[in-house]
Design a protein around this ligand. Sequence first.
Ligand code: PEP
Ligand code: MG
Length: 913
Amino acid sequence: MNPSAKKLVYHFSEGDKDQKDLLGGKGANLAEMTRLGLPVPPGFTITTEACRHYLEQGREPDQLRVQVTMALRRLEDEVGRRLGDSTDPLLVSVRSGARYSMPGMMETVLNVGLNDRSVLGLVKASGDERFAWDSYRRLIQMFGKTVLGVDGEAFASALDAAKARKGVETDVELEATDLQALVEEFKQIIVSHTGEEFPQEPRRQLDLATRSVFDSWNTDRARLYRRRERIPHDLGTAVNVCTMVFGNLGATSGTGVCFTRDPATGKPGVYGDYLANAQGEDVVSGIRNTLSLDDFAELDPDSYKQLTSIMRRLETHYRDLCDIEFTVERGKLWMLQTRVGKRTAAAAFRIATQLVDEHLITLDEALERVTGAQLAQLMFPQFDADAERTLLTKGMAASPGAAVGRVVFDSATAVKWQARGERVLLVRKETNPEDLEGMIAATGILTSRGGKTSHAAVVARGMGKTAVCGAESLEVDAAGLVATAGGVTVKEGDVLSIDGSTGEVFVGELAVVPSPVVLYLEEGLDVALAKVDEGTADVVRAVDRLLTHADGVRRLRVRANADTGADADRARRMGAEGIGLCRTEHMFLGERRPLIERVVLADTAEEREAALAELVTPQTEDFVELLTAMDGLPTTIRLLDPPLHEFLPDRAELMVKVAVAKERGEENADDERLLAAVERLHESNPMLGLRGVRLGLTVPGLFALQVRAVAQAAARRVKAGGDPRPEIMVPLVGSVMELHLIRDEADAILAEVRESEGVDLHIPIGTMVELPRAALTAYRVAEAADFFSFGTNDLTQTTWGFSRDDVEAAFFAAYLDKGVFTVSPFESLDVDGVGRLVDIATREGRATRPGLKVGICGEHGGDPESIHFFHRTDVDYVSCSPFRVPVARLEAGRAVLGQPEAHASDDDEIEKG
Ligand code: PEP
Ligand code: MG
C-alpha cells in the first residue's frame, strides 16, 4: 500500500477495543475478540474516517476501493471461499457500527454475495434448498429496501400473498419452490420501482451496501436520535463486513444472546436466551419462545461448555458485565458481538461491588461505574417487585418514579378530578402548554408520541413528576375518551400504573413501595437491611459502600438547600454538611403576612419600625430552630430576596374588591391604601426589579431585622451550649457598593448584639453571585464579601435573558428539538456561558481575597454533569435539595476520579442494540 495513504480498512485481527472512535463500538469489540483468539467469523471494518470523508465530499476516498479489495481477498483466502462464487460462495453481512450505539437507527444488509448463480452454489454447499432460496429472498428484500430505497411494503405484501396462495400462516411453511418464485417476484418489484435490475455482481452489492450504511448516518431518524441522545453529528459510522454464519441451518444450529451476570438484578451467574434453528432477529423480536441457557446446555453441551468458558474469559478481560450475541452453525459456535452490557441501576451498584469482592476491579473503579442518575433512580418509590402485573404497553422512561391513577384524556378533567381527591393519570397523544394545569394536577403523565425531550417529558421532569412518553403502540382517542393498545381498551376513569424508570405501563393498580435506598439513608444501614429481602439488601449494601467511598475521596463539600428545622434534619440524614441556602421568604407568609403589609404601608418611620419589631421574635425563633438542627455545621441564611409585592394581595382581586365596595358605597380606606401600595409596587418584570439587595437598600430596617434575628438566634444557641455557625448572604448584588452599604449596617448590628448579649459571635457576610455584572466585577465584590455563593438559577436567567418561570414550558421543547441546546440550561449548567462566569468570578474573587470560600446554591448543585464542572472549577461546595444530597456526594466522588461527565450516549454505548 502507498505509505502516504490513510488506512481505511482494518481486518478484524488488526484493531482492538480502544479504537471505538475509528472502528465504532461493534468493530472495536469484534477486533478485540479476534485478538483474544475467540471464534469470530473473519471480516474487516471500514473506518468512521472513510465515512466522514464520504459524507463531506459526497464520494468515497479513492483509496477505499483498493483497500476493500485487499481486505476482501485476504478474507477470501482465509476462509477458502470467494464472494458470490458459484460453488460454495462466501457471503457477508454489512453492518453499521458507530462510536455510540444507535439501536435500530442505521442499516444492515445480510447475505451479500448471493445472486442467480451463487444461490445454486449455496444450495449445494448447504444441502438445503429451502434455506438457500430463503437467504436469497431475504437479501433482495433487504437490499431493495435499504440500498435501493424500494418501499418495504411492496415486498411484505408479496410475501403475504405467497402465504395466502399456499394457505399458510408463517414464512417457515413456505417451501423452496415457493421461495424461488418469490425471488423472481422480488426482482420484478425492484425493476418496476427503480427501473434497474437487482445487481448480480457481488462486489457491486458490497460497495452499494457499504455506501447505503454511510448514507444511513444522515437519515432523519438517525439525526433526531442523535440530537436526543446528545451524540455529535460529525462522528460518522464504521461499516463491518463479516463472514455470514447461519443459525437457521436446522436443529443443530441456532442463535442466542447472553450476559455474564443478570443485567436486570445484578444477581451473579450467567443469564441468556437461545433459539434453535433461527436467525438473530428472531430472538430479539420474541416471536418464538426462547430457551434458557440451562436448556441450551442440554441441547448442545459442547457449544454450551465452550460458550461459558468464553463468557468467563470475556468478563475477565473486560472486567465487567459483558453482553454477547452468538450463533451456532451446525454445532460450531461463533461469536457475533460483545460489549460491556447495559444494566439497571440496581444491577450497576451490585455488580460494581461484586467485581471488587472478586478482586477484578478497585473500589475507585467501582465508583466510576455507577452514576448519580442511577442512584437517583434507586431513590424513587418503586412498584412492588412481587406484585402481579399485566403490561399494557411500553414507552420511553421520560421521568422516573412510579405513578398510579385513573385515566383522563384532557387537562380540565384532570384538574376537576384531582380537586375532588382523585389521583389521575393524564393520557395524551402529546402535550402542549395548554395541558400544564392538567399536568400539575396529575400524578403521572403518559403520551403516545414524542421522546425524552418532548414537551411532556421536559415539563414532567421539571416538576419531578413521573412520565412515560412515546408509547407508540398506544392509540389515544381523546375525543372518544378511550385509548387502546394490543387489543386492550382503556376508558376514562380506568386505573393504570406507569413506571417512569422503565417506561412500562400496567393495567390496574400496582402496589408502590418506598425505596429501600431511602430507607437506608433515612434510618441507617441496619434498619434498612432488617426490612428487605436478600437481593435488595445486596443493593443497599452496595450503595452504602460506594457512597462511603465517594465521601472518602471527594474534595467538594455537599450542603443542602433547606428552610426549616425539619428540612435541615432530613438534609443531615442524607449526609449534608451544612446548609448552603436557607430561603427566608416563606417566613414572611401565613400569619406574618399582615406584618409585612404594615411594613409596606407604613406612613411613618415609627409605624414601620413597630411592624418590623414585631417580626424580630418570630424570625429569631425560625433561626434558632434551624441552627439547632444544623449545630456545628455552616448554615447560610439568605436575606429576603423576592419582590415585596409577592407578600401583598393579588392586584386584580384587590381591584375588584375595591371597585365593588365603591359601587355599594362601602368604601374601605385600608383596602384602598393597600391597593395604592400594590399599584405602586407593581412591576412588569419583577424578577429584574425591586428585589434582593435592592429591597434591602430601599426598605429601611428590613435587612436589619433579619440580621438582628440571626445574631440573636446565634447568641441564644451559644448560651445554650450549642455551636451555631450562621453565615449571612446578600442576594442579587451587582455592585460592590451595594454590598458595602448592607455590610456596614450589618456589622454595626452584629457588634451591638455581641455587646448586649455578651457573646463572642463570628458571622461571615457574603453574597450570592446571580448577575453577570457581579461575576465580571468579582475582584471588586470580593473586597466586601467573606464568601461567594453562585445562584446559578438566576445567573442562568440573567445570562441568557430567559425568564425562568416562563420559558421552560413556553419553548424549551422546541429548542431541544431544534438542537439549540441538548439539555435545559436550568437543569444542567451551561458550561460555555454561565460556567465561564462562574470560573471568572471564582478566580478573580480569590485574586482579591485568597481562600475566598465559594459555593453553588442553584439547582445545578445537584446535577451530576454540573457537579463535575464545579469540581474542576475549584469551588468549595455545592448545595442542593435534601433529596439530591446523596447524588451530589456520589458525583463529587466520581469527579475526583476524573470520570467524564455522565454522557447520555456514553451510557448508551453500553446499551443493547
Ligand atoms: C438562584 O438564583 O440560583 C438561587 C438559588 O436563588 P433562587 O432560586 O431562590 O432565586
Ligand atoms: Mg436567585
